[in-house]
Design a protein around this ligand. Sequence first.
Ligand SMILES: NC(=O)C1=CN([C@@H]2O[C@H](COP(=O)(O)OP(=O)(O)OC[C@H]3O[C@@H](n4cnc5c(N)ncnc54)[C@H](OP(=O)(O)O)[C@@H]3O)[C@@H](O)[C@H]2O)C=CC1
Ligand SMILES: C[C@H](CCC(=O)O)[C@H]1CC[C@H]2[C@@H]3C(=O)C[C@@H]4C[C@H](O)CC[C@]4(C)[C@H]3CC[C@]12C
Length: 206
Amino acid sequence: ALLPGGLDMLILNHIGHSYFNYFDGDVDHIRKLLETNFLSYVAMTVTALPMLKESEGNIVVVSSVAGKAPGPFAAPYSATKFALDGFFSSLRHEFIIENVNVSITLCILGYIDTGKLNATGARGLRRVAPSPKEECALEIIRSGALRQHELHYPPGIVNGMLLLRGLAPGFLDTLIRSNIVVENVQRAPPPHGTRVPPAGSPGSGR
Ligand SMILES: NC(=O)C1=CN([C@@H]2O[C@H](COP(=O)(O)OP(=O)(O)OC[C@H]3O[C@@H](n4cnc5c(N)ncnc54)[C@H](OP(=O)(O)O)[C@@H]3O)[C@@H](O)[C@H]2O)C=CC1
Ligand SMILES: C[C@H](CCC(=O)O)[C@H]1CC[C@H]2[C@@H]3C(=O)C[C@@H]4C[C@H](O)CC[C@]4(C)[C@H]3CC[C@]12C
């Protein structure tokens, strides 16, 4: 049903729970995370589009540097954020081609002070100063209202990373890994009954 007052801006922000650790082989987790972090964004866009066409409004999609320049230990999360870029950046082309006056803003965020790292226990990350969530929220709304194609926040870190990704991707990857204390990331124990070769033995990879 259409909202009585119409709809000016759709901000897609929610995410499901994931982990900051080695990929554990759980395909079902990725399927569920894609449902929450990606497919629900598509479904809400489809539902809201008639109202947004009416208001010539804005779609704002909240993503992460992990959706442009992936680091280790966030494979499921990173995959869902890359999917957002693929879908919404393609859809933006179609809107422009068809003169649909609904803007699409993809927000590429660095580390924001929402208490997330503490909550997920991402112990492997070196402590970097998070950016303030209040300023971030304002920038998200502003970038949507200004109909920007992308928001990079905080600009210094995110622009720097994306520039390096184009110019020297190997160097960027090295920098990203150097921001992580791998020893602090503990592999989950293998499922019951799985034989793990002792460290140092052939095939252990350790
Ligand atoms: N914090 C950071 O450092 C960064 C965050 N981002 C992005 O910013 C956005 C917000 O992140 P942040 O505020 O930190 O995350 P939070 O986990 O604090 O917030 C996520 C929100 O999503 C809601 N949610 C979870 N599952 C569902 C669901 N199935 N349906 C509807 N709502 C749901 C949660 O509700 P409830 O609490 O009720 O479960 C919660 O309000 C995300 O898109 C994230 O990827 C990007 C880069 C860095
Ligand atoms: C693991 C977190 C998601 C799962 C959850 O249950 O909360 C991640 C949510 C936001 C991530 C951070 C982010 O998106 C910005 C950086 C991206 C880099 O690739 C890694 C460091 C991040 C700070 C990243 C860390 C994991 C999350 C907190």
